[in-house]
Structure formats: C-alpha cells, structure tokens
Design a protein around this ligand. Structure first.
Ligand SMILES: [Zn+2]
Length: 336
C-alpha cells in the first residue's frame, strides 16, 4: 500500500513481526526508533516519537505502508515519558489508537513537566553552584523547552509494573522495570524469542542521561547501575534500542556502561579529595569540553545534574560527604 502524502515510509522488519520505525528528531540523536509489533492480527506500538509534524507523518506513512492506521493499534506502550518516546501519544489517542500503557512514575513526571515553573530548577541549580542572577531570571520552565515536541496523553489506561505481562495477539511481553534514566523507565522482554526492547536503557553507542533534579529521586545512578545488572541477568538474543541499530550482546554492553560510570566516579572522587567543591566545580573538571567557550548552557546544566548523580552514589557508598553548612552544597572526602 502506498502512503499518499508526506515523507517516505522508513521502517525495517528486524525479526518476524517486529518493525523498527525510524522517526526524525530535531536535534542529536537525530533519529528515535519506535517499534511496531505484529501479534498476528493485533498490533502494538512501543513509543511514539515527538509531537512534531514531520515525525507524525513519518509514523503514519509507515503504518500506511503496512496497511494500518492508528485505529489498528490495540496498545501503545511508553518506555518512559520523554518527548521523543511519548511526545505524540495525545495525538495518537486523538487519531483512535487503543489502550495507553505507561509506568505510574512517568505519569507523575508528565504532570510535573506540564505544570512546573522554573523556581525548582533555579533553586536546585544555585544549590549546586550554578550562578543564576536574581534579575532577570531567564531560566526556562520544562514546557518552555519542550512545547513543540511534547503532547503526552495523561489518560493512561493501565500502569506498567515490574513483571506484568502484556499480550499482543498471540505474543506475550514481560515488563522489566529499569529505573535510572527516568524513575519509571521500562523495558519489554519477549522471553520466547529472547527479544528485548530497551527504550533508552541500553543503547549501543551512547549512554542515556542520568541526572539528579529538584524533585528527585536522590540516587538515580545507583538505580541505573542496578537496572543494568538486572537486564544483564536476562537471556536475550536481540536488543531493540530507541537510538542506534539492533544488536546481540546485551551483557557486554551493560557491563561496558557500568564500567564507564565507575571510571567517571573514580575521577570525580579524585577531584573531591583534592579539596571541598561544588557539583559545578566537579562538572567543570569531568566534562570540561561542555564548559568551553561557546558551550551550550543546556548541556552545561545537564552535565552538572549528571555530576550530582555520580556524587550522590559516591555519598551512598560512604566515599564522600555533604557539607550543608552553606547555602551552596559542598562535597568533601569522607573522613575514614
Ligand atoms: Zn529518554
């Protein structure tokens, strides 16, 4: 069947009944993969892409090339709430797609993103050493950043929980809760075929952002590393990631990412041992390229949040302590 209008349909069947759909993103990474699952007459979609027109056209084009419309989607599952994953869910609901499934913690993040101002972020940033002038405060709210790409549905029909079974026609998928990148991030495992849809949890070429924000949780990197070990314990033969191509050796990749963060933590521990410092000080050392002239301030902010995640895990392990005597939080080596 031909797609009458819009961008050419871009998809690839990577395993029987599993279609990788390539959707455009406005910035790097430039593509998000969403996944169409054919359960034999019943279809599911895992992740939706952003709310951008170009993304919707690309998705509708792929659906049409398979003889489908959004009404044929019995289930839409969000691995997590981020705009490239769940940003088009409200539009798909309006177009007649079926049940929407998401972890409850992700709906909380959606509610927060839709309603929050910039106060929490300003307070949190200052506490960690980022200088933000009193007047004018030009810190953006979440929706200032996401308005073009984020139209999530809040009408979730079923909340995902660890170990839940999701049936798509005659196929069965198991929910694997993998907090870290976000608190309610979930992967989907088809045990029978050793197929694992990982969202952003286990990407082949890049590591997902794991940062500490004003609303917590406090130790997301600890959660993320535990989630990597959890996934490494599964029997899997094909990994379907949200960015990059499918691959086979999930254990190797999981351990590589754990090693990457352990290395970064050791480096940050050295910095803190050289004298008390703020998260911003540590970030400048560990992510120096982000803070160079002409660096992007959003990237710089993200680097600080990621640094706090490493520092919190070091604190949870007893390697460093917080010094809360000052309005700006200082980190120092633990007395042994
Ligand atoms: Zn994400």
């Amino acid at each position: 069947m031909r797609d009458g209008a819009g961008a050419p349909a871009k998809s690839r069947e990577v395993a029987p009944g599993i279609h990788q759909v390539f959707l455009p993103l406005p910035s790097k990474p430039s593509i998000v993969n969403v996944w169409l699952i054919d359960g034999g007459g019943e279809w599911a979609l895992v992740d939706t892409g952003t709310a951008l027109e170009t993304s919707r056209e690309a998705l509708l084009g792929v659906l049409a090339s398979l003889g489908l419309s959004p009404r044929d989607l019995a289930v839409v599952i969000g691995t997590h709430h981020h705009p490239d994953h769940f940003g088009a869910s409200e539009d798909l609901r309006a177009l007649g797609a079926g049940e929407f499934l998401l972890h409850a913690a992700e709906l909380e993040r959606i509610e927060y993103a839709l309603s929050a101002g910039s106060d929490d972020m300003v307070r949190h940033s200052r506490r960690h050493g980022i200088p933000i002038p009193d007047q004018p405060i030009d810190a953006p709210s979440p929706m200032d950043v996401w308005s073009r790409v984020f139209r999530p549905t809040r009408a979730i029909d079923r909340f995902l929980d660890d170990g839940d079974e999701i049936r798509v026609g005659r196929r069965r998928f198991e929910v694997v809760w993998t907090p870290g990148h976000t608190p309610g991030h979930c992967c989907l495992l088809e045990r029978e075929r050793g197929l694992l849809l990982v969202g952003d949890h286990l990407l082949p070429k890049i590591t997902p952002h794991v940062g500490v924000y004003a609303t917590g949780p406090r130790n997301p990197l600890g959660d993320f590393l535990a989630s990597l070990e959890k996934v490494a314990g599964l029997d899997v033969s094909l990994v379907c990631p949200a960015h990059g191509g499918v691959y086979a050796d999930h254990r190797h990749r999981a351990h590589q990412i754990v090693a990457h963060h352990e290395h970064r933590m050791r480096e940050m521990l050295d910095t803190v041992r050289s004298g008390p410092c703020t998260a911003l000080d540590v970030a400048r050392r560990s992510f120096h390229w982000v803070f160079s002239d002409g660096g992007d301030r959003f990237q710089a902010g993200a680097a600080v949040m990621e640094t706090i995640a490493h520092l919190e895990l070091l604190a949870a392990r007893g390697e460093i302590d917080r010094d809360e005597s000052d309005p700006v939080l200082l980190w120092r080596a633990a007395r042994r």
